[in-house]
Design a protein around this ligand. Structure first.
Ligand code: MN
Ligand code: MN
Length: 300
C-alpha cells in the first residue's frame, strides 16, 4: 500500500458503507434528451470535486454534515444512447436504496433521471408528494412527440402521484398551457402568502425533493443547459428551502448542472452547496442523525 496521503474523490470524503448510511449519493451522468445545450453528464463528477471546497457546517441550518451518514456510490455506468435501458438501471438502483430504508440523493444529469426514481418511490410510498424547484414546469405531455424527456418529466411524475401531490416553485418559463395547467391544479407556489396551502399538500406525507438548478438565476448558475433570466438568488433559494423544514423528506435529487458552460466554476460550487443544504434539510427529520441541531437562528 502506498503511504499517500491520497484524497478520495468521493463527495466530501464519504466514508460510511451502504449499510451504515442514511443518504446514498448516486451520480447519474445522462443528458440524452437535453433539448438545448448538452453537458449535464459531467455534472456529478464536478459536484463531487467542488464538495472538497465546502465546509460541512451550514450556519443557515446550524447543522453539520458530520452528524449525518452518507455513502457515495459513485456514478452509474450508462449505455449512453439507450434511454430506456438507462431509466431501467436508475429505477433498479433507486428501488434497492428505497427498500433498504435509505434516502436516495441523485446527482444529475438531466431532469429525466428523476422519473424512474419516483417510480421506485411510489412502490414503497403510495402517498408520496413531490416538491419541485425549477425555472420550467416540465409538464408537457410530450416534447416533439417524445413522452419521456427532461421537458415532460414532471408530467410523467404527475401520472404516478396526481396533481394534488405536487408543489412547484420558481417556474418562470413555458407555454401558456403549462401555466394554465398549474393554476388549474394549484401546483404552483407563486407567492409566500400561499405557503400554507402548499404545506398542506406536503405535511404528514413522505416528500421527495427535486431541484433543477436552473431555478437559480443565470448570474450564479450559467452552468446549465437552459438558463432562464429572472431566477432566484442563492439567498432567496435557501430561504424558500427553510420554509419546508420539518417535512419528512425521504429522498432528493439535484439536476441539470452542466459545468462546462461556466468556466469560472461558480455554478459548480453553488450546486455542491445546494446538495449540502438538501442533505441537512432532510437529515433533520432522520432517526439516523447522530446529533440534531438544537437551534434555529437562521436569517437570510
Ligand atoms: Mn429547468
Ligand atoms: Mn427541469
Amino acid at each position: 500500500m502506498l503511504s499517500g496521503p491520497f484524497i478520495p474523490r468521493d463527495w466530501m470524503g464519504a466514508c460510511e458503507t451502504f449499510e451504515q448510511a442514511d443518504w446514498v449519493l448516486v451520480g447519474l451522468p445522462y443528458d440524452g434528451t437535453t433539448s438545448f445545450r448538452p453537458g449535464t453528464r459531467f455534472g456529478p463528477e464536478a459536484i463531487r470535486s467542488a464538495s472538497w471546497g465546502l465546509e460541512t457546517y451550514s450556519p443557515l441550518q446550524d447543522a453539520d454534515l458530520s452528524h449525518t451518514s452518507y455513502f457515495d456510490a459513485g456514478e452509474l455506468e450508462f449505455p449512453l444512447g439507450n434511454r430506456d435501458a438507462i431509466l431501467s438501471m436508475i429505477r433498479d438502483n433507486a428501488r434497492q436504496v428505497v427498500q433498504a430504508n435509505k434516502r436516495w440523493l441523485g446527482l444529475g444529469g438531466e431532469h429525466l433521471v428523476t422519473f424512474p426514481v419516483i417510480e421506485a418511490y411510489v412502490e414503497k410510498y403510495p402517498d408520496l408528494a413531490v416538491l419541485h424547484f425549477d425555472a420550467h414546469a416540465d409538464l408537457r405531455d410530450d416534447y416533439l412527440g417524445e413522452k419521456l424527456s427532461h421537458a415532460t418529466v414532471l408530467r410523467r411524475v404527475v401520472d404516478l402521484i396526481g396533481p394534488e401531490s405536487l408543489v412547484q416553485l420558481g417556474i418562470r418559463s413555458g407555454p401558456q398551457e403549462e401555466f394554465a395547467w398549474m393554476r388549474k391544479h394549484g401546483t404552483l407556489l407563486e407567492k409566500r402568502e400561499n405557503l400554507p396551502q402548499a404545506l398542506a399538500r406536503l405535511q404528514g406525507r413522505p416528500v421527495f425533493l427535486t431541484i433543477d438548478l436552473d431555478v437559480l438565476d443565470p448570474s450564479i448558475m450559467s452552468g446549465t443547459g437552459t438558463p432562464e433570466p429572472g431566477g432566484m438568488s442563492f439567498s432567496e433559494f435557501v430561504a424558500w428551502l427553510m420554509e419546508f423544514r420539518g417535512l419528512n423528506f425521504v429522498g432528493a435529487d439535484v439536476v441539470e448542472l452542466s459545468p462546462h458552460y461556466d468556466p469560472s466554476g461558480v455554478s459548480t460550487v453553488v450546486a455542491a452547496k445546494v446538495v449540502r443544504e438538501v442533505m441537512l434539510l432532510g437529515s433533520l427529520q432522520s432517526d439516523n442523525m447522530k446529533q440534531v441541531a438544537t437551534t434555529s437562528s437562521a436569517t437570510v
